[in-house]
Ligand binder design. Structure first.
Ligand SMILES: Nc1ncnc2c1ncn2[C@@H]1O[C@H](COP(=O)(O)OP(=O)(O)O)[C@@H](O)[C@H]1O
Ligand SMILES: [Mg+2]
Length: 237
């Protein structure tokens, strides 16, 4: 169904000018993502995963082609409109967590709500609800340096979902986590996908992440080499 489509890229090209030789990071990428997907971009380092996520997240614009996100062509948006799109509809998770060190866990998760007009009375409830999703409500007064890597990434997940975005983009979210914490954080995101219907798009080359996916898109030198929907549930190791 047309209105189930959250993201569509059309002949997306990204070129970084590099002196005399241009670097082609994305070469005519055509992809469609529907509501509720749990999908990963996989491929070796330099294959274009981060570039594609950043364009979908309207943090970057394509050189040619189009990315339509929530019905908006990101390359045509003003700074204000693209900030609005991110603010309303997109949550980001990064491999380095990117928590603000001087703020508490609570304040880190509250931060996106301060950028929109959520009344103070409602903020507390939403922050604590998000922290409950990631099982860290009891650590809301801690500072990031008092947390393990796994806990830090769970705070980052809470921050990404506190506004109940339609789309969550996670760029190598387990790259700095051990196996146990990787599974832990993937299971939390899988739960958010299944129970709240949030759409997740990952970039990864971690087999532990891939085994949770229902769709695996392989990038090779900026091109979509493969796009597979997983039918059977794979055994988790
Ligand atoms: N800001 C930039 N300036 C120049 N080249 C870049 C920039 N960002 C990425 N690239 C290049 O674009 C290609 C794709 O990079 P990237 O999307 O980061 O790949 P991946 O996330 O799969 O490792 C790489 O060759 C990378 O060096
Ligand atoms: Mg990357």
């Amino acid at each position: 169904m047309e209105n189930d489509i959250l993201i569509q890229t059309k002949d997306l090209v990204k070129i970084y000018p590099m002196g005399s030789q241009d670097l082609v990071a994305l070469e005519k990428v055509n992809l469609t993502f529907k509501k509720g997907e749990f999908a990963a971009l996989v491929g070796p380092s330099g294959s274009g995963k981060t570039t594609l996520l950043n364009i979908i997240g309207s943090l970057d614009t394509p050189t040619r082609g189009s990315a339509i996100v929530m019905g908006l062509e990101v390359e045509k948006l003003s700074h204000k409109k693209s900030a609005e799109l991110r603010n309303k509809h997109i949550g980001f998770i990064f491999q380095t967590f990117n928590l603000l060190p001087v703020y508490t866990v609570y304040e880190n998760v509250e931060f996106p709500l301060l950028l929109s007009d959520v009344p103070a009375s409602e903020r507390k409830q939403r922050v604590m609800q998000a922290l409950e999703w990631v099982k860290l409500a009891d650590r809301h007064r801690s500072k990031p340096n008092q947390l393990s890597g796994g806990q830090s990434q769970r705070v980052a997940v809470a921050r990404a979902i506190v506004k109940m975005p339609s789309i969550v983009l996670a760029d190598e979210p387990t790259a700095n986590l051990d196996a146990e914490n990787s599974h832990n954080v993937m299971q939390i995101m899988e739960g958010l996908n299944k129970e709240l219907g949030m759409t997740f798009i990952f970039s990864t080359h971690d087999e532990k992440v891939v085994q949770y996916m229902r769709r695996i898109i392989s990038l090779d030198d900026g091109r979509v080499a493969k796009d597979e929907f997983v039918k059977s549930v794979k055994k988790r190791v």
